[in-house]
Ligand binder design. Structure first.
Ligand SMILES: Nc1ncnc2c1ncn2[C@@H]1O[C@H](COP(=O)(O)OP(=O)(O)OP(=O)(O)O)[C@@H](O)[C@H]1O
Length: 308
């Protein structure tokens, strides 16, 4: 891995904010490197620090400590050149202007794309003559996406980008971003919709109270922080002590109808050992076996419930 492939380098970043007389540690010793082509989801509960970290990476907020490098330097020049694109929560939009005029203004500022191309990409063609003040919440989000993509950015920061979008618009939104990512864009986004992270991100970073508490692929997080559930029946009862001794097993239960339910941190190992033990013995072979694997939602919930 060469240094040139790292587009974002956040080191030991602290952010202290003040509210009334209180001192709030919004970020604590945060370190993050993002490589070219990655799609990174920043997850965490309300107030965990996702927006603060996004603002720090965009240079909108100066950290109290630590360093931030984006595209090899401070974020300002990248933003000015259109190489960095951003869609922020509740960012204001210019008033008394039509959608097409606003997109044209920004594409001309960067000089890298035709406005018609951006309007078509974001499905804004039909809204082109509409006043910005007359857009619905979802339409405003689409316009914000158009503005973020106007400079053909290499690096995109999106803070809760799909918040006002209906299901169809969300699907279209992720299609557009997938297309951008396939063309080589690197994307960092925050979301509370974990299935979006599951589907779109190849890496997930979880923040809790200003600290990064997990960083890995969706699969890594699922297997590190959750259990799968294995259930089955047998004609002859199996001793609980044997089931408890299987690798990965955390809990065992026997339902009224005789179904055995095991929770396991390693379902592959549990099942292999189970079959090895009962294999060939009449009446003890599992029937009606079901395996329920954990979701990213379960993994993040487990992580956020854990003690600090
Ligand atoms: N302008 C501000 N002034 C003071 N404190 C702030 C300010 N903005 C955020 N905070 C505090 O900083 C901490 C981190 O907030 P941040 O907005 O980064 O969280 P978040 O993870 O983006 O939350 P959400 O999911 O609600 O958007 C919180 O304790 C929040 O109350």
């Amino acid at each position: 891995m060469t240094a040139a492939e790292i587009l974002v380098r956040v080191r030991d970043v602290d952010v202290v904010r003040r509210r009334g007389g209180a001192r709030i540690q919004a970020l604590s010793r945060v370190g993050l490197e993002v490589r070219r082509g990655e799609r990174v989801a920043l997850l965490g509960a309300n107030g965990a620090g996702k927006t603060t970290l996004t603002h720090v990476m965009l240079g909108l907020l100066r950290p109290t400590g630590g360093t931030v490098e984006v595209l090899g330097g401070p974020p300002g020049p990248g933003l000015a050149a259109g190489e960095l694109g951003a869609m922020l929560q509740e960012s204001g939009l210019m008033r008394n202007v039509r959608v097409g005029e606003l997109i044209t203004l920004v594409t001309e500022l960067y000089g890298r794309r035709a406005s018609e191309e951006v309007l078509a990409e974001c499905g804004l063609g039909e809204l082109s003559r509409r006043q910005v003040t007359q857009l619905s919440g979802g339409e405003r989000q689409r316009l914000r996406l158009g503005l973020a993509l106007a400079g053909l950015p290499r690096l995109l920061f999106l803070d809760e980008p799909t918040v006002a979008l209906d299901v169809a618009a969300r699907g279209r939104f992720w299609e557009i971003l997938n297309e951008r990512a396939r063309s080589g864009a690197t994307v960092l986004f925050t979301t509370h919709y974990l299935h979006e992270a599951e589907q779109f991100a190849d890496r997930v970073v979880v923040l809790r109270a200003g600290r990064i508490v997990a960083d890995g692929t969706v699969d890594e997080l699922r297997s590190a922080f959750t259990e799968s559930r294995v259930s089955f029946r047998t004609d002859e009862p199996l001793p609980d002590s044997m089931l408890r001794g299987l690798p990965g097993v955390r809990t065992t239960e026997e339902r009224d109808d005789g179904t055995r339910v095991l929770t396991t941190t390693d379902s592959d190992a549990t099942l292999a050992a189970l079959y090895a033990k009962v294999g060939g013995t009449a009446g003890t072979v599992p029937r009606g076996l079901t395996l329920t694997t954990a979701s990213l939602e379960d993994a993040v919930a487990t992580l956020l419930e854990e003690e600090h």
